[in-house]
Write a protein that binds this ligand. Structure first.
Ligand code: GLY
Length: 383
């Protein structure tokens, strides 16, 4: 194996989480190499980019809520800093979200969610069906009520990824366009990675940020990381022609036949409709059934979508940890860190994950906010 040099931090995976933490770590003066055959790829190329810690809240996930809210509060400044540093747009849009109910069962569920929001002191306002339609006139006449959540916004994952690639390059992060094929571990600690171009990169710290592939890196000792399961999401992109705009003014979501459905209208006229949730391995095939269900459900919610051009269908993989919360920080193997398992919240949690991990890498101290998300909560005996 030819040597490929040494760095302070080697980040395996150049999706938005790996890039953002590389950018933040480089800003703190660390030498950083991101290892990825195609930096800027990954789930952000597919995701709708909804920043929805409040409307995606589930019972029992209060620690995750705190992390999501912290990240959401950082987003405007994060996006502005990134745009300033690169001259590129991120598509951040502080538009709020309307979650609506299509029948009386949905309405009861939404009322319970509203009560939960109120107990937690979250900004969430109950609307009648008529009030919801006044906010979004394209909603179906049958909408029975809704929650207006003024702090759940959106960003464009593709633009964000492109801006992060540029920001990393300008900050001196080396983007090594190669695959990592083995974790190099010796003397009871991680020492670097071997690359598929035949070279090896040694590093003081290795960060696994490869989404649902993170735990599959050969050389990773058993028990250090749990399996990160891929959860497929199929998604549609429509275009809103000028005369129809704004069409929708904010994110609109609902639970239709037990499936979470959302419509995310971008300022540039793109309308993203997502997403299926399928646990069937590493398959990213777009299926007729997936597209049909999304269109059928979205049509129930906003009948006018059938007039719009359908311009793209795609599928990506959410990285799901065993408890659906992310793994952020040092692992049980000295020198090895993780930033993975963000499941439905990868885009939302990018700024806070980057800040927390860069802080830990630079200072050696685990920030309090990161403690509930320590990768060691899953550690079994390391061999
Ligand atoms: N956060 C939206 C999704 O995972 O589909």
């Amino acid at each position: 194996m030819e040597p490929a040099g040494h760095t302070d931090v080697a980040v395996v995976g150049g999706g938005i989480i790996g890039l953002a933490l590389a950018w933040r770590a480089a800003q703190r003066g660390l030498g950083v190499v991101v290892v990825d055959p195609a930096p800027g790829g990954g789930a952000a190329q597919v995701a709708a980019g909804m920043l929805a810690p409040v409307t995606e809240l589930r019972y029992g996930e209060e620690a995750l809520l705190a992390l999501g809210v912290a990240s959401n509060e950082r987003y405007a400044a994060f996006a502005a800093e990134l745009e300033e540093a690169t001259g590129l747009p991120t598509g951040y849009r502080a538009c709020g979200t309307l979650a609506v109910a299509l029948d009386s069962d949905d309405r009861e569920e939404l009322r319970e969610l509203h009560a939960f929001h109120q107990r937690l002191g979250l900004a969430s306002h109950w609307l009648t069906g008529r009030e919801a339609r006044r906010l979004e006139p394209m909603l179906a006449p049958g909408v029975r009520g809704g929650l207006h959540v003024t702090d759940d916004h959106q960003v464009d994952g593709r633009r964000l990824a492109a801006a992060l690639v540029e920001a990393c390059e300008r900050q001196g992060v080396e983007l090594r366009r190669a695959g990592a094929v083995e974790l190099l571990a010796e003397g009871g600690r991680a020492r670097g990675v071997r690359l598929d171009d035949g070279t090896g990169l040694t590093a003081d710290a290795v960060v696994l940020a490869a989404g649902p592939h993170s735990h599959r890196l050969p050389g990773l000792p058993a028990g250090v990381l749990p399996a990160i399961r891929p959860v497929k999401g199929q998604i549609l992109r429509l275009r809103i022609p000028e005369p129809y705009r704004p069409f929708l003014s904010r994110n609109v979501r609902a639970v239709v036949r037990g499936q979470h459905l959302y419509l995310v209208p971008r300022e540039d006229g793109e309308l993203v409709i997502g997403a299926t949730s399928e646990e069937q391995g590493y398959d990213t095939t777009v299926t007729a059934g997936g597209v049909y269900e999304l269109l059928r459900d979205a049509h129930e919610l906003v009948p006018g979508i059938t007039e719009l051009p359908l311009v793209e269908t795609s599928a990506g993989l959410r990285p799901g940890s065993p408890d659906n919360a992310p793994l952020i920080g040092r692992t049980a193997l000295p020198g090895l860190f993780a930033a993975t398992g963000h499941y439905r919240n990868g885009v939302l949690l990018t700024p806070v994950t980057a800040d927390l991990l860069a802080q830990e890498l630079a200072t050696g101290v685990t920030p309090d906010l990161a403690k509930p998300f320590s990768p060691t909560r899953f550690t079994t005996e390391v061999c």
